[in-house]
Structures are given as C-alpha cells and as structure tokens.
Design a binder for this molecule. Sequence first.
Ligand code: SER
Length: 411
Amino acid sequence: MMKSSEIRSTFINYYKKNGHTHVPSSNLIPENDNTLLFANSGMVQFKNSFLGLEKRDYVRAVSSQKCIRAGGKHNDLDNVGFTARHHTFFEMLGNFSFGDYFKKDAIHYAWDVLTNEFQIPKDKLYVTCHISDDEAADIWHRQEGIPKDRIFRFDKDNFWRMGDIGPCGPCTEIFYDHGARAGKESDPFKGIAAGEDRYVEIWNQVFMQYDETSPGVLKPLPKPSVDTGMGFERLVAALQGQFSNYDTELFAPMLDVASKIAKLDYVTDPEVLRSQKDIFERVSAMRVLADHCRAVSFLLADGALPSNEGRGYVLRRIMRRAIRYGRKLSTQSSFLTPMSESLISHMSDFYPELSTRKNHILSTIKDEENRFLQTLDNGTGILQDEIKKLKSQNQKSVSGETLFKMYDTYG
Ligand code: SER
C-alpha cells in the first residue's frame, strides 16, 4: 500500500519531471486579498499570474496547497464529520500552466499520472466536461481513448469560480468509482449527477479563460491557463482502498487518540455505520474532532487567532464545534489538545510550521477549550434553572428568547 507521503511526492515528482516548478503551499491566510477568507484551492496563490498582473520566472507549477473550506463561497462546515469526504481543512494537489500548455497536455498529464504512476484501473474512472466544451470531450475520447459513454456533460458543476469575482472557466472533472459497496446507484451518470457517495470527484481541471470582474460579467483572460486541483485525502482513500477519507492513514493517529480517551471503539464498517445510529453518531463525533483538529492546528500555525469576527470567528466556530462534539464522547476529558499533538508529530515533515509553532498551537487550543467549557457549563446551569422554573409553572416549552441566548451567549 502506498503511504500518503509517497503519494504526495509521486504527484509532485511527476510534474517536476514534466517541467513544472514545485512551489510550496502558501499560508492559509491569503496575502493582500480581501475577496477570500482563506486559501480555498491551489490556484489562490497564483491568482495574479492568471490575471496577467504578475509575471513569475516559471510558466508551469506544481503544489500541494493547504486549504480551508469553512465560511465564504466554498463552505463545507455543516457536512463535515457526517460524510465520507468533506473537510474543513484539506490538501489540494495541483498543476498549473500560466499561458503555457492548455487542454491537450493538461488532460494527458492527468490521465497519465492517475493510470500509469498511480496505476488506477481505467475502468474505475469517469470524466465530465462542460456542456459547451466539445474540445475537452474530444481530447478525452480521441487522444486518451476514453469511450464516449464514460464522458458526461454538465453545466454548473463543470464551471469553476474562485469566489464571487476573480478568475474562472469551464472545467473537466475525474471521478473514481468506489464500487457497489459504497452506494446503490449503478448508473454512473445518475450517480455523479446526484452526488452519490459511490462516485467521488477526485480531480478538477479548470481551463482558466475568464476574469469575472463583477458577478456575471466575464472578460477573457490575456492568456488561457490551466488550474487543476486534486483532493489529496480522496486520492489517498482511493489508493489505500478505503471508502472514507477518515479511514486512511492520514486520520488514523488522531482517531486513535480520540478512541483511547473516550474509551470507545472507532468503527469503520459502512454496514454497521448505516444500520446503528448510536455507533454512527459516536464515529461522526470522532471524525468531526479529527477534521477540526487539523483545521485548527494549521490555522493557528499560519497566524489566525480565535476572535469574534472575520477569520478569527470562523476559527473559533470550528474549535467550538469540535469541543461540543468532544463533549458528546466524554464530559470528563478534553480531546483537541492531545489530538493536535499527534497531528503535529505526524505532519511536520512536510509542513514544518506545525512543529515550529507547536507550543503556540497547543496553548491556544487549551485556553479556548477551558474558556468554552466554562461557558458551556454556565449555560447548562442557567438552562436547568429555567426548566425547573417553567416546570413549577406547569409550562412545557422554553421561550425562543432563552434558546437564542443559550445559542448566542453560551455556545
Ligand atoms: N480551483 C479548482 C478547484 O478548486 C481546481 O483546482 O476545484
């Protein structure tokens, strides 16, 4: 089985071999860009190169970018923990062309790296193209030999934009079929259209052709470019034969810590998770913690601080969501700090900022945890008093005002 670190380096080395410069991930907080809360994809650090505003000394790049999707246009927060593959923090592998190669080479590289370097069987992959993009569909069919009945056409799902404004264009996506155990829908077109778990989008290649200067106004870019993004955790899941990203080696050490502290097993069998609600809830809580622990640790490493507005507020919401789910597992223990310690020891090789800022990360988590647990306890006490009072008055419901106060002030 290929280890995640090997998967990352195989991708980077493949593109280096093909003339790309390896550019390290940027900070999660975009520099000089108020249109975005966080880096939400690999292209963010190259935005001005796509717009023709910045010239770099390379025209091909490859990266593994730290991304956050919580708050803003691409926001996955509420799904996280309950699906097999949504995350607040994830890594995006990507290759980029700034006015250099376009559709033909981009498609060829993608197919070559997936089917030759990573040896993914071709019959596990499907592709999609924008309804207007006959050229891309033709390249997939004629150049790479993909049968027409494995190439599907969509409209909105095959057009990618970074934010409300900025570079954008039609895209072609690659889906991995996890097979019948992962979902009932055997028709891939229907499964992909419905977003069924069985068919997972692993890679999106955007043909950057426009600058959206205000919503709906598209101006052609000076040079058509390529922006690709592959969900690293999804690729690792496919290559490690796991249906859920959480069951890969990327999350295992943190889940192990959670399971030991809670003294509860972490269960992976999809059948058990489908049929036993209490186990599903327990496992989902552990997954929420593992996901959020990564987002929180990386955000703190990159200089965000919990606060009541903007980026700091998103960070605080993620931390508090994690702490609340931790409470569902055990009211006696805290999870985030030991889980973060485990993450730091497993991921610092590729992201040394984690070990450099270890003390800051752990102490900030501890402080926020203590403060929030105190708030939660105060809130619970106030709510219990209120319920006692209402019962003595023979009333059966708590007022909206009290509930709002509980949510707003007491987390
Ligand atoms: N920017 C595109 C995405 O995020 C491809 O990297 O899907």
